[in-house]
Ligand binder design. Structure first.
Ligand code: ADP
Ligand code: MG
Length: 379
């Protein structure tokens, strides 16, 4: 514990009231803190666990004023909040973690990749496209590629696959001429992620590496431990810490990696918050990523990241909800003795929307995966 640690029943604020905010609030409330959520959505999932729900836009001056006056510390559940608002809250003397500066890095793929390089880590070959002039160069090193908007992409949105220079220029125009990166499409042996909790250089740890499989650009399952060689996993953890150090990061930082055939690790992107691929920690680790978020925010030491059991987390998307023609059998998941079901209480189940997840705990990741796939088939 540091001298200035913030203890219960202090009020903690969070910008954003989605499922990540909900799980943060649940963790904070369990520890005895009080929670204020800022989210314009009346039905924000985090509101169920919050003492106070301020229904206002994220840059609303009056709302930010209330947060500054009533909260001992403030965090965020997503990167697309106003980084300036976070800087302003910090300027007013509230503890803010992660910093507005770190959040700003994660908001922009060009800036983000610059920091990855600055930290001494590798990315896929990419071209930063700030204006159309940047496309008047030899694009062949980045093709076949993916054109991604620098800002506001998630779950594969704001991305276009392009195979030729003409297609790249056309896609850039189609995306409205906004800043983009053109990334070379690489052959992936696997995708993994590391979640780091950092309070200071000497107070930092990493969760076990998760291996992530996507469906249509959306995370489908996370497998822990990852099926990559242990030495590669350890390297990934070291890299994630290196990046957290370079950013002088305080809070929970998620780092997504591409693993190539030869075990090369390339940093794909970062998230300045707990991550979908870390939901397994809720049930499979001594400390969850949301408890870590509370700890780091309050200046407490990170908790143990020890894995209690191999685990597979499966996302539940709106596609399997009744309004989309399915009849999910939650009882099957709830009755399985080694499965934990989490539903986020979202009112509207759009296809592709993250509605919940379940985690299978078993004696091996292989066994957990077999059971997880079988359970998916029963939904
Ligand atoms: P998002 O913000 O939507 O998560 P990502 O940049 O992580 O965007 O891309 C989503 C997914 O698309 C990745 O997890 C990966 O499966 C695939 N992908 C993205 N970029 C590349 C690339 N350069 N080469 C190969 N696959 C990629
Ligand atoms: Mg991603």
């Amino acid at each position: 514990m540091t001298a200035k640690a913030i203890l219960p029943p202090s009020m903690l604020g969070i910008l954003g009231g989605g499922q990540l905010g909900r799980m943060f609030a649940a963790a904070a409330k369990t520890m005895g803190y009080r929670v204020t959520v800022l989210d314009p959505d009346e039905a924000a999932p985090a509101a169920d666990f919050a003492d106070v729900h301020i229904k206002a836009p994220f840059n609303d001056a009056q709302a930010l004023d209330i947060l500054a006056k009533t909260c001992a510390a403030i965090t965020t559940e997503f990167e697309n909040v106003n980084a300036d608002a976070m800087r302003e809250l910090a300027r007013r003397g509230v503890r803010v973690a992660p910093s507005g500066d770190c959040v700003a890095v994660a908001q922009n793929r060009i800036v983000e990749k610059g920091w990855v390089k600055k930290a001494g880590l590798a990315t896929v070959p990419y071209l930063a496209i700030e204006t159309v002039d940047d496309l008047h160069t030899d694009l062949t090193p980045y093709l076949p590629g993916i054109l991604k908007t620098a800002r506001l992409g998630y779950d594969g949105k704001g991305q276009v696959r392009v195979d030729t220079p003409d297609a790249a220029r056309e896609a850039y125009a189609d995306l409205g001429g906004q800043a983009c990166v053109l990334e070379k499409r690489v052959e992936l042996a696997a995708e993994v992620s590391v979640i780091v909790t950092r309070v200071s250089h000497t107070q930092m740890n990493a969760f076990p590496v998760a291996e992530n499989r996507h469906e249509k650009g959306i995370l489908d399952v996370s497998i822990v431990p990852a099926t990559i060689p242990a030495a590669v996993a350890e390297t990934a953890q070291g890299m994630a810490k290196q990046l957290a150090d370079a950013l002088d990061y305080v809070g929970v930082l998620a780092v997504e990696f591409f693993v190539l055939e030869d075990d090369t690790l390339l940093v794909n992107e970062i998230a300045p918050r707990p991550h979908n691929s870390g939901h397994y920690t809720l049930d499979a680790c001594i400390t969850s990523q949301f408890q870590q978020q509370v700890r780091a925010l309050c200046g407490l030491l990170p908790g143990s990241t020890a894995l209690l059991k191999p685990a597979v987390m499966v996302n539940l998307l709106g596609d399997v909800w009744p309004e989309n023609g399915r009849e999910p059998n939650w009882a099957v998941l709830m009755e399985a003795p080694n499965v934990e079901l989490h539903l986020y209480g979202k009112k509207e189940a759009r296809p592709g929307r993250k509605m919940g997840h379940f985690t299978v705990l078993a004696d091996s990741a292989e066994a957990a995966l077999v059971q997880a796939e079988a359970l998916k088939d029963t939904l």
